[in-house]
Design a binder for this molecule. Structure first.
Ligand SMILES: Nc1nc2c(ncn2[C@@H]2O[C@H](COP(=O)(O)OP(=O)(O)OP(=O)(O)O)[C@@H](O)[C@H]2O)c(=O)[nH]1
Length: 727
């Protein structure tokens, strides 16, 4: 009878715990049950491990549970292994669906999915209801269920209609008209690129007789006396190249390679050559600083041979112009050489139809908002055109050139400042004209969604990597700690520490001990994880040891209180409750339950609790100071007792308080007085300015004239933990 009652009681307690344990534990229980209740089974529910029950009691309880399942089984087959599923139901699935979604799609409960994934390589413990499943696991579950898999429309939706705007196919040669070249200036540091660009720009300003301030728009147009034009990109050559090539755009037709005649080929000269060669952009060589006495243009040409840059003098096709950016010498010749090369390249573009171009530079102007400089490559840009670039779009409100002059139209190869962007596109972004604002929005939305999906895929990859890492750590922990199925870093840390210094219930963790055993309960996995992560910042160097004896999800239970009582610990609950009965039990057992709804309040509370376990600090408060003016001794029986003749200089000396003797700034004695006299009278207090004679409780101490006597009292100051989790 007693046996039966015990089992019944066990069953009830077991049920209560199971109900608290969330679906995860029921799943584990089932798995455990199917493995013959072996305590060695790795999925032993951690909450039950923490339960201070004996294993056989647990088995007893579980056996009852087992019978219950068996009875239920007769009415309703629960598991695939027990009753084969009726085959070939179609299940609509998609990659990355969650455990919950798969269960719903299969019309099964969540446990079913977990069960199907048991004994597979997946780490079932790290698998939450909302974890995403890989294709391989989805297939595994469906296969085990004997169902048929059908990839969902949702998956097909992923290959949704491409709403992006793209460049048009190559233009009909009949539509092509000559265009002027777009040139980038590149070269080694200090070889004169900026000076050359400035000179070219100033020549242009002077030539146009505009005067005043030139507008920096990242590119400018130079008109030669012959009427020819060249667009120079006014951005650091490397940056322009990298940005544009990274986005697959190629706006430069010619590279002007600047090499200082006095310095020769240097590291960045070589890099510039490589950039040009990789992009198959021809080079015009500007041998600069030819005004300098030590200039040696021939040496430069020879050095360049090593990099496949063969000048015309050496039988190659690279034009070399000796210039001086400083004096402006030969800059026209350089421009003409560039034009000659562009003519050979037969640069042409289609000025009709929707615009295509590239963003050279973009910035936000205080008054005008986002501004871009673009090079038009196809079509003709006009006010009111609708453009998209990257994930931004614009209705062109205003166009201007490098001199700030408003433009009505911009043709291929023209640099143009554009105002009217809703957001700021990036340098190198491709500009495409679309037919309407709704279409521009559609393109931008499509691109944003694409980006999100890409990011989602990346996140999934990261999650998968983390899962694998977690799985490995988990496997190692399991190997190390056997059937105990802890998966928390903090707990493993705790176990490791425990190996070094086992915490015995009630033995070390007395109320005044400097060990604080704690139990953490939280509402959801995430919050418990967050608290455990903060606890991880607490290391052994702190004065009070923090022992995490148990943690878990759900309201505070009797089991937690038992634990806390056993270890003399404190229960911390985050966003959970403790029923009245539990609180009463805890009060009876002297167990503190601390409930919080804000993590940092919980941590502050923990800091206070830790501080309360630290020994108090003693702080000294001086009451008076005296100086020894004479030393003598009195005879007490056969002993000669040293006496210090002092004058009080500050405060007062109180016989009952503590005293210290200081010599040359060093404390040489601390203790009490056995005698304090004023003349021949014993007194309790001597005030400032008065003389006195005093005898210490340690007769061996010798006084010296000039020593300092300090009377003080000691106060206990509560200590504060130095632990700061840093939030
Ligand atoms: N004598 C002489 N000095 C020049 C000439 N060109 C540039 N310099 C000087 O060389 C120095 C560097 O010129 P920059 O134009 O700043 O050179 P850079 O290649 O743009 O340099 P980074 O911007 O640092 O890459 C400056 O002191 C210029 O005055 C030139 O033709 N002759």
């Amino acid at each position: 009878m007693n046996q039966k009652l015990l089992k019944l009681e066990n069953l009830l307690r077991f049920h209560t715990i199971c109900r608290q344990l969330h679906s995860l534990s029921q799943r584990r229980l089932l798995a455990w049950w199917k493995h013959g209740f072996s305590p060695a089974y790795p999925l032993w529910p951690e909450q039950l491990c923490a339960w201070p029950w004996q294993t056989d009691m647990l088995v007893g309880a579980a056996l009852c549970q087992h019978r219950l399942f068996v009875t239920k089984k007769e009415k309703r087959p629960l598991r695939s292994q027990l009753s084969p599923l009726k085959p070939k139901r179609d299940v609509e699935v998609w990659v990355g669906m969650t455990v919950e979604e798969l269960a719903r799609a299969m019309a099964k409960d969540i446990d079913y999915i977990y069960e199907a994934l048991l004994n597979t390589a997946i780490d079932i413990d790290s698998l939450e209801v909302n974890s995403h499943l890989d294709e391989v696991w989805i297939k595994e579950v469906i296969k085990k269920a004997g169902m048929k898999l059908r990839w969902s429309k949702l998956k097909q939706e992923k290959v949704r209609e491409n709403k992006d705007a793209v460049r048009r196919p190559q233009a009909d040669p009949a539509l092509l008209t000559p265009r002027f070249p777009v040139v980038t200036i590149m070269g080694h540091v200090d070889h004169g690129k900026t000076t050359l660009l400035d000179k070219l720009r100033k020549t242009q300003v002077a030539a146009m007789e505009v005067g005043g301030i030139t507008q920096h728009i990242g590119a400018f147009l130079v008109s030669l006396p012959s009427g020819e034009k060249i667009t120079f990109l006014d951005t650091p050559g490397h940056a322009a190249f990298s940005a544009m090539r990274a986005r697959g755009a190629q706006v430069t037709d010619i590279v002007v390679l600047v090499v200082a005649a006095d310095d020769g080929v240097m590291k960045q000269t070589v890099e510039s050559i490589q950039h040009a060669q990789e992009a198959q952009v021809p080079i015009v060589l500007a041998i600069n600083k030819c005004d300098k006495t030590d200039a040696d243009p021939e040496k430069v040409k020879k050095e360049l041979l090593a990099y496949d840059v063969v000048c015309e003098d050496y039988g190659g096709d690279v034009q070399a112009v000796h210039v001086s950016a400083l004096t402006g010498d030969n800059l026209t010749a350089l421009a003409e050489a560039t034009i000659a090369l562009s003519e050979m390249l037969e640069l042409k573009a289609d000025p009709t139809g929707p615009v295509e171009g590239t963003v050279i530079e973009s910035f936000t102007d205080k008054g005008r908002g986002p501004v871009t400089t673009a090079i038009i490559q196809r079509g003709t840009l006009r006010k009111g055109s609708i453009l998209v670039a990257g994930k931004c779009w614009a209705k062109v409100r205003l166009m201007f050139d490098e001199n700030g002059k408003t433009l009505n139209e911009a043709y291929p190869s023209m640099p143009v400042g554009i105002i009217g962007w809703r957001d700021l596109p990036s340098a190198g972004d491709e500009i495409l004209e679309v037919e309407s604002e709704p279409r521009a929005r559609e393109v931008v939305d499509w691109r944003k969604t694409e980006q999100k999906e890409e990011k989602g895929k990346d996140d999934l990859k990261i999650m998968e990597e983390q899962r694998k890492k977690h799985q490995e750590a988990h496997r190692q922990a399991r190997e190390k700690y056997g059937s105990v199925h802890w998966r928390r870093r903090s707990y493993i840390k705790y176990l490791e520490r425990k190996e070094q210094r086992p915490l015995k219930p009630k033995e070390k963790a007395g109320k005044d001990s400097n060990v604080l055993p704690i139990i953490i309960k939280g509402d959801v996995d995430g919050s418990v994880e967050a608290i455990l992560n903060l606890l991880d910042t607490y290391d052994a160097s702190h004065e009070c040891e923090l022992e995490l004896v148990h943690f878990g999800l759900g309201d505070i239970s009797e089991n937690d209180v038992n634990f806390a009582e056993t270890f003399n610990g404190v229960i911390y609950g985050f966003n959970v409750d403790a029923g009245k009965a539990i609180q009463q039990t805890a009060a009876q057992k002297g167990v503190k339950i601390k409930l919080h709804k804000i993590i940092y309040h919980l941590i502050e509370d923990l800091q206070e609790e830790l501080s309360s376990r630290l020994p108090h600090r003693l702080e000294e408060y001086p009451i008076g100071e005296a100086c020894i003016l004479a030393t003598f001794s009195v005879t007490e029986g056969k002993r000669k007792v040293p006496v210090a003749g002092c004058r009080v200089q500050k405060g007062q000396l109180e016989k009952q308080k503590k005293f210290k003797l200081i010599r040359n700034g060093q404390v040489i004695w601390k203790g009490s007085l056995t005698s304090l006299k004023h003349h021949k009278d014993d007194v309790l207090v001597i005030k400032t300015g008065m003389d006195c004679g005093l005898i210490l409780d340690e007769e061996k101490v010798e006084f010296k004239v000039g020593d300092e006597v300090v009377c003080y009292e000691e106060n206990e100051i509560p200590a504060k933990t130095s632990w700061d989790p840093g939030f």
